[in-house]
Design a binder for this molecule. Structure first.
Ligand code: SAH
Length: 250
């Protein structure tokens, strides 16, 4: 029987990315959605076609205005979201660094290619090498991208904002369009639990051009990237919510 997308869950790392989406989608915060001490926050809304939930990673209580980012909170947030909301589609929405050599421009919004890997987990032992790199399969959303006129880009995940010495070597093999800090971690859980998954990422900085450090570009462009993300995510949700899951993938 055809399964419809009745429970769609957005996973968003930073509160600066989550808040405009919560407002645009008209979501209401769920009080104490997870166990005591868990920093993740959750919002939801019931639509005619199904339920939308958004889980953000919450704040690091030790530092003012600092969200939990990276793969550590990403795994936990994705697991908790699956347990609590039983989504039949999970989407990681956020910002990313873009590779201009592969067509990325600041403010552009990409949907993910169907593979999610890491660039900072280098384990030169047979079997462990490819296991560590991840390369998890996600949903092939090339039809959604074509219908909504969005680009598709391969995403590479790592736990540093700054580019490390070994990254270039990995990227030569994987040729990503985007780098960020969460998608592959969520893809792992999604694949493990058989929850269809893809990502929507707005480019906040360019990794391979100019002399301006990533963190300077990121801070300058975060607002514009989040604005672009906030425009695109509701269109993708309208497309996916209520659609037959098998029809979403190619
Ligand atoms: N210091 C920043 C913290 C954000 S870190 C601040 O001023 O708020 C970067 C976050 O945005 C992560 O969640 C990551 O997924 C994404 N991101 C954007 N550009 C990135 C890049 N070039 N490399 C890695 N992650 C990036």
């Amino acid at each position: 029987m055809a399964i419809k997308t009745k429970s769609l869950c957005l996973l968003v790392a930073m509160q600066e990315e989550a808040s405009p989406l919560v407002e645009r989608l008209g979501l209401t915060e769920i009080v104490a959605p997870f166990a005591k001490g868990i920093p993740m926050r959750a919002w939801s809304a019931a639509e005619v076609e199904g339920r939308i939930t958004l889980v953000s990673f919450g704040a690091d209580p030790r530092f003012e205005g600092v969200s939990n980012i990276g793969t550590q909170p990403a795994v936990l947030a994705a697991h908790l979201a699956i347990e609590r909301f039983a989504p039949d589609l999970m989407i990681n929405a956020g910002t990313a660094g873009g590779f201009s050599s592969r067509g990325a421009e600041v403010g552009q919004v990409f949907l993910s290619a169907d593979r999610f890997g890491y660039h900072d987990r280098i384990v030169p032992l047979p079997g462990y090498d490819e296991s560590a790199r991840g390369n998890y399969r996600g949903l092939d959303v090339s039809r959604i991208a074509a219908d909504l006129n969005l680009k598709i880009g391969r995403i590479s995940t790592g736990d540093s904002l700054r580019t490390l010495q070994t990254d270039a070597e990995e990227w030569e093999r994987t040729e990503p369009a985007l780098k960020e800090m969460e998608a592959a971690a969520i893809a792992w859980i999604a694949w493990t639990r058989r929850v269809p998954f893809f990502a929507i990422k707005a480019v906040a900085d360019l990794v391979d051009t100019g002399d301006t450090p990533t963190e300077v570009q990121f801070t300058e462009n975060l607002g514009a990237a989040v604005a672009a993300l906030t425009e695109v995510v509701p269109r993708v949700i309208t497309y996916c919510l209520g659609a037959v899951v098998d029809d979403l993938a190619l």
